[in-house]
Ligand binder design. Structure first.
Ligand SMILES: C=C(O[C@@H]1C=C(C(=O)O)C=C[C@H]1O)C(=O)O
Length: 358
């Protein structure tokens, strides 16, 4: 046998073993699909995929093979998701805004195999999921620079829905114009108020009229339709391609770390992860919030975030949102929740998620 033949005999033997292992893996994936169908979980789990890649790459002895093995792992998980899609059927996911909006970009990344539908407002996304028209909704929750999206937080209090997942999308704002436009031609700039405040430093260098718009992508669409070179929009690079605009200035957001946290809303609550979030309301007496903070500290939970928002039907009264490190499945968490239920007027467990530390 020459060298080529010998190597191929070896490859054939390895492929035979891999075929058996592939069948075993797909049986396990089949069980995962059945669980996800029963518990209405999304097919893609980004943090799990990242962990699978990280762990498996560590098993390799030969460093130079790592990028190739990573490709194999990514392909294998794509196959696994295709298989699950076939088993579960197509999921329906709604997002607010138009094609090219950041919610659409996040929804595409979170649900690459789903059928995506747009709605106009955040509330319509909540309504579609609550009435069962859609299984999931992807809505913005918080921006690292401009803070929470208050309206979305409020809907979480008033709608009987939970957070199924949390996804951080790096946001890059760009100045979009009709092809051939110069900076000197611009007189008005349109965008969502959050994108405007994220790009404040850039905008302050010019004397343009800045006009708030429903969202970044509709602003870009509007500029494209007017065919007026004195109008520009602030939006994603993807939006430029969609509406035939040109990126005149890229990356105009003040902070490089500009990230928007999106949430997946669903009727089901996710029960696994290293962090969880809750909403609560209090009796309007002195020291109530301090007592809740004390309970969280006494039970040894690290609080990552606290926010307060006005209650719609009780002027000058507020509800609170907190994010705590810990596992919902842990009995210690159940103890904390029981203690909070005694202390608070209302407690709503929104769900668990995997937060990357550091
Ligand atoms: C199998 C799963 O579904 C998907 C596919 C994965 C895989 O094949 O390893 C991992 C995460 C998910 O995106 C899972 O959630 O475990």
């Amino acid at each position: 046998m020459d060298q080529l033949e010998q190597a191929r005999v070896e490859i054939n033997a390895i492929d035979k073993e891999m075929a058996a292992l592939f069948e075993r893996r797909m049986q396990a994936v089949n069980d995962v699909a059945a669980y996800k169908l029963a518990h209405q979980l999304p097919i893609l789990d980004v943090s799990r995929e990242q962990a699978v890649i990280r762990k498996n790459l560590e098993y390799l002895q030969d460093e130079s093979l790592k990028p190739y093995f990573q490709q194999v792992l990514e392909m294998m998980m794509q196959v696994s998701r295709d298989f699950q899609k076939h088993k579960i059927g197509q999921r329906c996911v709604v997002y607010p805004g138009v094609e090219g909006a950041f919610s659409h970009i996040a929804a595409k990344q979170l649900f690459p195999e789903a059928s995506l539908h747009q709605v106009y407002t955040f509330e319509e996304a909540f309504q579609a999921v609550e009435c069962g028209e859609a299984e999931f909704g992807v809505v913005p929750f918080e921006n690292s620079y401009t803070g929470e999206v208050g309206e979305v937080l409020d809907h979480l209090l008033y709608y009987d829905l939970h957070i199924q997942d949390v996804y951080d999308l790096k946001i890059q704002q760009n100045l979009l114009v009709l092809p051939g436009t110069d900076l000197a031609d611009i007189k008005q700039v349109y965008s969502h108020p959050q994108a405007i405040s994220q790009s404040r430093k850039f905008l302050d260098c010019y004397h343009w009229e800045v006009i708030p718009y429903t969202n970044t992508a509709t602003a870009a669409k509007y500029v494209s339709e007017t065919k007026d070179p004195s109008k520009a929009a602030i939006a994603s690079g993807e939006t430029a391609a969609l509406y035939g605009l040109e990126i005149l200035k890229e990356h105009i957001n003040t902070s490089d770390q500009n990230t928007t946290r999106f949430i997946v809303i669903s009727k089901q609550m996710r029960s696994f992860g290293n962090r969880f979030h809750i909403l609560f309301t209090l009796r309007h007496d002195a020291g109530q919030l301090a007592k809740v903070m004390q309970l969280i500290a006494e039970y040894g939970f690290n609080m990552e975030s606290i926010k307060s928002r006005p209650l719609h039907d009780q002027p000058w009264q507020y509800y609170f949102y907190v994010e705590l490190d810990g596992n919902i499945a842990d009995p210690h968490t159940a103890d904390l929740l029981r203690a909070l239920e005694k202390q608070c007027e209302k407690v709503k467990l929104l769900g668990a998620f995997n937060a990357r530390k550091g």
